[in-house]
Write a protein that binds this ligand. Structure first.
Ligand SMILES: Nc1ncnc2c1ncn2[C@@H]1O[C@H](COP(=O)(O)OP(=O)(O)O)[C@@H](O)[C@H]1O
Ligand SMILES: CC(=O)OP(=O)(O)O
Ligand SMILES: [Mg+2]
Length: 419
């Protein structure tokens, strides 16, 4: 292996940036083609002061508030400085930079960023107003600061291209739908792809034979119905606003609500928070940034809501409402899979950490034949090693937790793929 075999994976979330650096290694059969060298995460970018963490595997680590970080570009610049100063890594040795791009439209595969790909991602920014612009800001920095590296975009939408037309279409004029690309694209695809592979390994069953209901519950939350190893349906739609509520996103509402909420709904929003100029209405802005459990209970932190819910009606409403919407999708997907489900999988910051939400959902789905959640296993997930942890007892449809890793998914696809 040459010495400059470093792969950087960058995941630009709505208010966070998660970065991992890997070294490509020779693979045997089932082993990972990359080895983790360091991780960094910058959160609270849109609610300063941003929190910066940097951890070298088997070495030093750093956790601090970084008031100088005010957007994704400055967050990434801060990371590059640290890479040089703290980890003594020469960034010219980075050969590939993998960027998670949430909306890829009809792109089926990852693409090396060139002018055309950049413009394509830019054109889709209005359909992922909390995401694509941030990814582009980081891509721009990489193109100028890391000229020796190839920047590659990996799309959240690609995994859902298997969704059949009667599920991905909306019941609207199909001529207009086709002209304007108005259909369900679905998101969190890199996460679902990672989870499918990990669960397949855990259950020792080929991915193509697996039927799963997967919940990716983070500040953006979605559910996915996987049949024979392919996405059959997912809860997000044309944009990541649809489906489950998120930290600041409404999830599905009656579309008419928009016009009763404010009489300025159709006017353009002048929010300057985004990295690229967005053309979104005030309604889209409100439903993306001033809704979700933040609007219901005053915080984006679902753990705080969970703790407060016994004595706080607003927190109780937020918790119960999220749980209710999750059940809508689990029930529908169970039916779409004809009741043949290998496992219900929890993932994302909330799915992986909320003992309470897993217990609650577990209790509700028991009537469908899911293995009851084992109290001790469920409470012990954090202390249990492994990518996949079983929280249900063995009989019935399995109940699993998967520590999803979009950065690793990209690095893996990059190293094994033909790019
Ligand atoms: N112990 C916990 N219980 C419930 N929710 C938690 C817990 N720890 C973290 N979270 C939630 O996980 C969210 C982050 O999830 P993550 O998947 O990393 O989000 P994203 O990638 O969408 O920014 C936090 O905003 C917080 O609400
Ligand atoms: C698609 C999406 O909502 O992503 P995230 O959860 O990272 O915000
Ligand atoms: Mg995320």
């Amino acid at each position: 292996m040459p010495s400059n075999n470093l792969v950087l994976s960058v995941n630009a979330g709505s208010s966070s940036l998660k970065i991992c650096l890997y070294r490509a290694v020779p693979t045997g059969d089932d082993s990972e083609p990359v080895e983790l060298k360091l991780t960094s995460s910058i959160s609270n970018i849109s609610a300063p002061p941003a929190k910066f963490s940097f951890k070298v595997q088997g070495g030093s680590s750093k956790n601090e508030d970084s008031p100088a970080i005010h957007d994704h570009a400055s967050a990434f610049a801060h990371f590059l400085e640290c890479l040089n100063q703290e980890a003594d890594i020469d960034s010219t040795k980075i050969r590939h930079v993998c960027h998670r791009v949430v909306h890829g439209g009809d792109y089926a595969d990852p693409v090396v960023i060139n002018d055309e790909a950049y413009k394509h991602i830019e054109r889709l920014s209005d359909l992922a107003p909390l995401h694509n612009g941030h990814a582009l800001a980081v891509i721009k920095t990489c193109l100028s600061q890391l000229p020796n590296a190839k920047s590659i975009a990996f799309f959240d939408t690609a995994f859902h291209r298997s969704i059949p037309p009667h599920i991905s279409s909306y019941a609207i004029d199909q001529k207009i739908a086709k002209q304007r690309g108005l259909k369900k694209y679905g998101f969190h695809g890199l996460s679902y792809s990672f989870i499918l592979r990990s669960v397949s390994r855990f259950l020792q069953k080929p991915a193509a034979a697996l039927n799963l209901i997967v919940l990716h519950l983070g500040s953006g939350a979605s559910a996915c119905c996987i049949q024979h190893g392919q996405s059959l349906d997912t809860s997000m739609g044309l944009t990541p606003l649809n489906g489950l509520p998120g930290a600041t996103r409404s999830g599905t509402i009656d579309p008419s609500l928009i016009f009763h909420y404010t009489n300025k709904a159709g006017r353009m929003s002048h929010d300057k928070g985004a990295a690229v100029h967005l053309h979104v209405t005030q309604a889209e802005h409100i439903l993306n940034t001033q809704a979700g459990w933040k609007a219901l209970a005053g915080t984006t932190d679902f753990a705080a809501i969970t703790q407060r819910r016994e004595g706080d009606a607003a927190a109780r409403l937020a918790f119960d409402l999220v749980a209710d919407r999750v059940l809508d999708f689990v029930g529908a997907y169970h039916l779409k899979l004809g009741g043949v489900v290998d496992a219900l999988v929890f993932s994302g910051g909330i799915g992986e950490r909320s003992i309470e939400l897993r217990a609650h959902i577990g209790e509700k789905v028991a009537c469908l034949g899911y293995a009851p959640v084992d109290e001790a296993r469920n409470a012990g997930v954090d202390a249990t090693e492994g990518v996949v942890v079983e929280v249900g007892t063995l009989e019935g449809h399995r109940m699993l937790v998967c520590r999803t890793d979009e950065q690793l998914e990209m690095a893996r696809q990059c190293t094994l793929g033909s790019i």
